[in-house]
Design a protein around this ligand. Structure first.
Ligand code: HPA
Length: 270
């Protein structure tokens, strides 16, 4: 396993990706930050050794290396999801590669449904905690001691330091930033009314299909991370309307400039 990581790291270094300080994962419909990057190198995922091979139509992602605010960033434009058929080790492979390349902070974004009905569509939610409802975990199997311990602590899964900076940035920019608990499910179907009700009863504020595997491996490696959800639909079990991908993407597009502004400002402070 470590040989695979090393091969990928050596490949990327040979391509000039030598010193990224900040890793970024951009979620569905949230590619806007890319226009802020002074790009040094872009590589399609399918050209990178040991990156998961894309099996599904929509996700032709790429890795982008460059600078934002004079900081070296390594950006995943598009991520791997469990519902596409990848296993948890595959989904999180790029995050571990980022760490090996020297990334010191990980900034994550996603599109999610609002189960806290006080939160409106097209607003942002800072993820302060999560409840993992995936039936799998990227750390199952032999522990990779080079990365971290067998039983990693999860008392601060999302960095207080990064979250405090994001709170201050939101205030300064007059951006509404909700805070809450993110609950990941496998998808790909959206939830039933009874499932939304259950997620709310469990203590969730938003539901989505990603992020937590990446956060778990980041914590395993003591890599500080933060995550912001763009809320794309309101999951009101008593008044549920059909939601399609186009509506989710349209709602994400409205909030995206705020997300981009928040992360650009954060990068400037790191
Ligand atoms: N459920 C799960 N994932 C999602 C949703 C949702 O309502 N909206 C955007 N991603």
């Amino acid at each position: 396993m470590m040989d695979q990581f090393n091969e990928t790291v050596n490949f990327l270094k040979a391509e000039g990706i030598d010193a990224p300080a900040i890793g970024i994962v951009l979620g569905t419909g949230l590619g806007g930050l890319v226009s802020e990057i002074d790009i040094i190198k872009e590589i399609d995922y399918d050209k990178i050794p040991h990156f998961p091979v894309s099996t599904v139509e929509s996700h032709h992602g790429k890795l982008i290396y460059g600078t934002i605010a004079n900081k070296k960033v390594l950006v995943m434009q598009g991520r791997f999801h469990y519902y596409e058929g990848y296993n948890m080790q595959e989904i999180t492979f790029p995050i571990r590669v980022m760490k090996l390349l020297g990334v010191q902070n990980l900034l994550i974004s996603n599109a999610a449904g609002a189960v806290n009905l006080a939160f409106q569509k097209s607003s942002l939610m800072l993820i302060t905690d999560h409840i993992n409802l995936y039936p799998a975990n990227p750390l199952i199997g032999k522990n990779l001691d080079n990365f971290g311990p067998r039983f990693p602590d999860m008392s601060e899964p999302y960095s207080n330091v990064l979250n405090d900076k994001l709170r201050a940035i939101a205030k300064e920019k007059d951006i509404q930033l909700h805070e809450g608990v993110y609950v990941p499910v496998t998808g790909p179907n959206l939830e039933t009314r009874a499932e939304y009700r259950m997620i709310r009863m469990l203590g969730g504020d938003a539901v989505g299909m990603s992020t937590v595997p990446e956060v778990i491996v980041a914590n395993h490696m003591s890599l500080p991370c933060c995550a912001i959800s763009v809320l794309t639909d309101e999951c009101d079990p008593d008044n549920l309307k059909p939601v399609g991908l186009d509506e989710i993407l349209a709602a994400a597009a409205i909030a995206e400039p705020q997300l981009t502004a928040m992360y650009t400002a954060l990068i400037g402070q790191l």
